[in-house]
Design a protein around this ligand. Structure first.
Ligand SMILES: Nc1nc2c(ncn2[C@@H]2O[C@H](COP(=O)(O)OP(=O)(O)OP(=O)(O)O)[C@@H](O)[C@H]2O)c(=O)[nH]1
Ligand SMILES: [Mg+2]
Length: 555
């Protein structure tokens, strides 16, 4: 079946006043010549893929000294240190547009009881210092944060240092910062530790708990009913475990307005269902904007801070530090990637993602090998980064939800720029080329998702029967019918499978005649033209940003 004609012409307004009919588009600041002989693996960009990188604690700090801590507290400190030394627990490289982590303010340092002889040694003065406050956990918006896919599952502020003899106060615990992309919505759950303490306080006030309070034991104040935060930690850890290989990515039922894919957030930060217990919703839009999500606990008082009564021995009372706030933090971002790969099934999108980033998306010579968007990061020599998303293949009728097209179109909507990935060998009758599996077609593996059976019914709608220009027409038609705004996104065309075409120049010229968009010829499998492609993607994103600039000004 041929693609529908009469696709609305793309407006190349963002490429000011340039001719549209050149066979290869020379207006780009990179060369459009190509050679099938010279493989250009990678690019000036290094391929960092989807590795964890977005969470940045400013520093980590174990307990400075356990002096003055009781054995239980020392054990906790050791365990906390061991947990810290394990480093971040990255989430897997697949799409994450919502993530959740547990934020725990650092435990306050213990105050100490210490004495100094006064009056020819006959009396003792109390000189035990206060413990330092625990470090806070903050969420900071950064234009360099690649996405939410590297967020740690649990972030704990540094522990406050214990007070010292001689009246010295303990040091402040180190703050931990989680970096998120601009436009991330942060939803803060209730402070579970605070709530627990509040409940216990209420129970005490109602007299249900006789004898609740504090007493001095072995020179230290013991608080009755202070919750055992270590046990609480264990509970949370178990909960982490239950999330299994989904990491902390939210289940769709936990997200406001999420679709069956579990990846799209509808209704905006305030439009969706409120998660129970969620107290605050804040959107971080400015680079460097910070939100304190869990405050560190107060340091305990040393005995120098307790009143000395005349004629009585110096007070030997000191307090342990207070635990920090503990709450779930839910992060959501609407922007999925800088560039989305849009193409029919089998066009080679996943192969391309794997070739220009370190992401290892599954590749197969059958339609719908990719069932969920995959992310990869290109890191350029100057340190700048681009996040690319491999979106599952679209079929004709996607706008009417054929082949689960709506879910995929929603992902496309959330990409800054688009790269139409076209199989240059399509519709030529040639049987070479990976589009046809290089002659060997693998059977689709068993998949867990029952909805995919429907997709398999569309397996014949890959690139096989359509010429490059027809593929592009189908894609643009589907995007335009779903949302005309999608056709205004900055875009380029990636003419893939160059190696599988007998006369690439003719095929490219034919494609160029059908679109004003820049065309970058590549062979993802042969690793040809990849450097030029990554540079071109960077230009598209930059041009998109320039174009956007006046639009965001005051109107
Ligand atoms: N000859 C040739 N084959 C390629 C090239 N790029 C991809 N292929 C083959 O094309 C087939 C489909 O590749 P994928 O990367 O899985 O295609 P896709 O667009 O991700 O497909 P879906 O996930 O189903 O949408 C595989 O057999 C690849 O080996 C290329 O540059 N040249
Ligand atoms: Mg794929």
């Amino acid at each position: 079946m041929l693609a529908p004609r009469g696709v609305p012409p793309l407006s190349p307004a963002w490429l000011s006043g340039t001719p549209a009919a050149a066979p290869l588009h020379t207006r780009w600041p990179f060369s459009t010549s190509f050679s099938t002989a010279a493989a250009t693996p990678g690019s000036g960009a290094s391929m960092t893929g989807t590795g964890p990188s977005s969470t940045a604690g400013t520093t980590t700090m174990g307990p400075a000294s356990d002096d003055g801590l009781d054995p239980l507290e020392r054990q906790r400190a050791r365990r906390a240190e061991a947990r810290e030394s394990k480093g971040p627990m990255p989430q897997r490289g697949k799409l994450v547009d919502a993530a959740r982590f547990r934020a725990a303010g650092g435990h306050g340092g213990a105050g100490v009881a210490a004495f100094e002889p006064v009056g020819r040694g006959r009396n003792l003065a109390a000189l035990g210092g206060n413990g330092g406050p625990g470090g806070d956990v903050l969420v900071r918006a950064s234009r360099d944060a690649p996405g939410l896919h590297g967020i740690m599952t649990s972030v704990t502020g540094g522990r406050g240092g214990p007070g010292g003899a001689g009246g010295q106060s303990g040091g402040r615990g180190v703050d931990r910062v989680v970096e998120v992309p601009l436009g991330t919505t942060v939803r803060l759950g209730a402070d579970t530790r605070g709530l627990q303490q509040q409940q216990q306080q209420e129970q005490r006030e109602q007299g249900q708990e006789a004898g609740a309070g504090m007493w001095v034991e072995g020179g230290e104040v013991v608080w009755e009913d202070v919750p055992d935060d270590e046990d609480e930690d264990e509970e949370v850890q178990e909960e982490d475990g239950e999330l299994g290989d989904e990491g902390e990515e939210l289940k769709s039922s936990e997200r406001p307005g999420s679709d069956d894919e579990g990846t799209t957030i509808g209704g905006g930060p305030h439009g969706g269902r409120q998660d129970s217990g969620v107290e605050h919703v804040v959107e971080l839009t400015q680079h460097g904007q910070e939100l304190l999500v869990a405050r560190g606990g107060a340091g305990g008082r040393g005995n120098k801070s307790f009143p000395a009564l005349a004629g009585r021995p110096a007070p030997d009372t000191s307090e342990p530090g207070q635990p920090g706030e503990l709450r779930w933090v839910i992060l959501e971002t609407r922007l999925l990637a800088d560039v989305g790969f849009v193409g029919l099934p089998n066009a080679g999108k996943s192969t391309l993602l794997g070739a220009i980033t370190a992401a290892r998306a599954k590749v197969g010579a059958y339609a719908f090998t990719t069932v969920r968007p995959q992310l990869g990061t290109i890191t350029f020599e100057d340190g700048s980064r681009l996040v690319t998303a491999d979106i599952p293949g679209l079929v004709q009728g996607a706008h009417a939800n054929k082949g689960r097209g709506n879910a995929f179109l929603r992902h496309i909507e959330r990409c800054r720029c688009l790269a139409y990935v076209i199989d240059l060998s399509g519709g030529t009758g040639s049987k070479q080329g990976g589009g046809r599996g290089g002659g060997r077609r693998k059977a689709p593996p068993r998949r867990r998702d029952p909805g995919l059976e429907e997709q398999e019914a569309f397996a014949s709608l890959g690139t096989e029967n359509l010429t490059p220009a027809e593929q592009l027409a189908v894609l643009q038609d589907e995007l335009g019918r779903y949302s005309p705004r999608l056709l205004e996104a900055p875009a380029l065309v990636v003419a893939n499978k160059l190696d599988a075409v007998a006369d690439p120049a003719a095929a490219l010229a034919e494609l160029a005649a059908a679109t004003p968009l820049p065309i970058v010829p590549v062979s993802a499998a042969g690793r040809v033209g990849l450097r030029r492609l990554t540079e071109a993607l960077r230009v598209v994103v930059q041009l998109g940003e320039q174009r956007k600039a006046p639009a965001v000004g005051p109107n």
